[in-house]
Ligand binder design. Structure first.
Ligand code: C5P
Length: 216
């Protein structure tokens, strides 16, 4: 049985990819499976926390005892997170949020014109950084970010931690973890680093929740 280290604590978690619509049938997304975020939500609920999971489009079952809100776009994820964030003890951002969205969503399906018309150009607009926005609230919850870097992992992840103004960042210790059931993590905070060696995502989630419990 999981130790009840988070009784009375409220946790908000984002997970999965976002989907940025181009027109009613097309959009831009990414390969995030949502598995790590869902495992963290499950581990937090097991530890007794009151958990809200804001999920992008994924086909994963909602962990027991977790309140789930489904969203599609980064803007929708932002709009779901912000009003809740002030009431939380911790915010864990695992979602792979699209950095950009099509500046305009077409009301009708873009049609391929008959005869030699050129391909459309999609102008992009920047999405809000949800984690950085929450971290800059006057009384922010304890914020945890995730980082996937292709080189100089610890250095780049710690720079990201400082840039976003968050106390803890969790770096994915490759190879690419998208869709896999296992992962290896490097936790970086002001005090230093701790590696969580390769294991299934639920075991890692439980270790991460144990680390978070010490900090709340
Ligand atoms: O800057 P980068 O996307 O690499 O940062 C990753 C971290 O920031 C993750 O925790 C991710 O969930 C969060 N993030 C966010 N909103 C964005 C982009 C990233 O919350 N628009």
């Amino acid at each position: 049985l999981a130790p009840k280290t988070l009784v009375g604590k409220k946790l908000l978690i984002t997970a999965g990819p976002t989907f940025e619509p181009i027109d009613p049938v097309r959009g831009i997304t990414n390969h995030s499976s949502g598995k790590m975020g869902f495992a963290i939500a499950r581990a937090a609920a097991e530890a007794g926390a009151e958990v809200t999971l804001i999920a992008g489009p994924v086909h994963l079952p909602t962990p027991r005892g977790v309140q789930r809100i489904n969203v599609q776009s980064a803007q929708q994820m932002h709009d779901a997170v912000l009003p809740m964030a002030v009431h939380q003890h911790a915010f864990i951002a695992t979602a792979a949020v699209a950095d950009w969205r099509p500046a305009q969503t077409h009301e009708h399906k873009l049609k391929k014109a008959e005869g030699g018309a050129t391909a459309p150009t999609i102008a992009m607009a920047e999405n809000p950084d949800i984690l950085a926005t929450v971290a800059r609230l006057p009384k922010p919850p304890y914020c945890v970010g995730f980082a996937a870097e292709s080189e100089k992992l610890a250095e780049h992840a710690d720079a990201k931690r400082r840039r976003k103004g968050i106390p803890l960042i969790v770096a994915n210790l490759g190879p690419a973890t998208f869709g896999r059931d296992d992962n290896a993590l490097l936790l970086i905070d002001e005090q230093g680093q701790r590696e969580l060696p390769r294991a299934d995502k639920l075991s890692l989630a439980r270790e991460l929740i144990a680390e978070l419990s010490k900090r709340l």
